[in-house]
Write a new protein. Structure first.
Length: 177
C-alpha cells in the first residue's frame, strides 16, 4: 500500500483566475470525500479590495494569505483529515512556502488553459471580485509548475466533470483515490 494511502493528504487546485479552481476543487473534494476550502475566502480584506479595483497583488500582499492557507492545511492534516484548497499558487516560491507550511502530504493540481479560454470564462462569470483585467498580470506572474514534485497538470478545455475526472486519474498514481 503506498504511504500516501495511510495518512491524510492535502491538494491545492491551482492556476490563474478563470481556470476553474473553485469548481474543480469542489467537484474533486466531493469525489474524494474530502473537505473543500475556498482559498479566496481566506484573503484579507485589503487584498480583495485591491483586486476589486484591478490592482495586482504583490508578493508582500500574498505572503500572509499563503500562510493562512498553509496553516489551514497543516491543521487539517494534524487532525487526520484530508483537505482540498483552491489557491492560485502562481510562483514556485509560493508553492514551496505552502509545502513547508503544510508539513505533510501536499499535492497540486495545476489547471492549464489558453489565454483565450481563460478570458472567455472570466467574461461569463458573475459575482466575483477579480476583474478580467488582472488575468494579464497573473499570466505574467505564473511560473508553470512542470517538473515539480507532487504536481499534476490538467487541461481545462472540457466540462467540470471531465476536468475533475482527469485530475483524479492523474492523482491516482500518487496514491490519491
Amino acid at each position: 500500500m503506498p504511504e500516501n494511502d495511510r495518512k491524510p493528504h492535502a491538494i491545492i487546485v491551482m492556476g490563474v483566475s478563470g481556470s476553474g479552481k473553485s469548481s474543480i476543487g469542489e467537484k474533486l473534494a466531493e469525489a474524494l470525500s474530502l473537505r473543500f476550502v475556498e482559498g479566496d475566502a481566506l484573503h484579507p480584506r485589503s487584498n480583495v479590495e485591491k483586486m476589486s479595483k484591478g490592482i495586482p497583488l504583490t508578493d508582500e500582499d500574498r505572503m500572509p494569505w499563503l500562510d493562512v492557507i498553509g496553516q489551514t492545511i497543516r491543521f487539517a492534516l494534524s487532525e487526520g483529515e484530508g483537505v482540498i484548497v483552491s489557491c492560485s499558487a502562481l510562483k514556485r516560491i509560493y508553492r514551496e512556502r505552502l509545502r513547508s507550511a503544510a508539513g505533510g502530504n501536499l499535492f497540486f493540481v495545476y489547471l492549464e488553459g489558453s489565454k483565450e479560454l481563460l478570458m472567455d470564462r472570466m467574461g461569463h462569470r458573475t459575482g466575483h471580485f477579480m476583474p478580467a483585467s488582472l488575468l494579464e498580470s497573473q499570466l505574467a506572474t505564473l511560473e508553470v509548475p512542470t517538473g515539480e514534485p507532487g504536481v499534476v497538470t490538467v487541461d481545462i478545455d472540457g466540462t467540470i466533470d471531465a476536468i475533475a475526472d482527469a485530475a483524479r486519474m492523474k492523482l491516482a498514481p500518487l496514491g490519491i483515490s
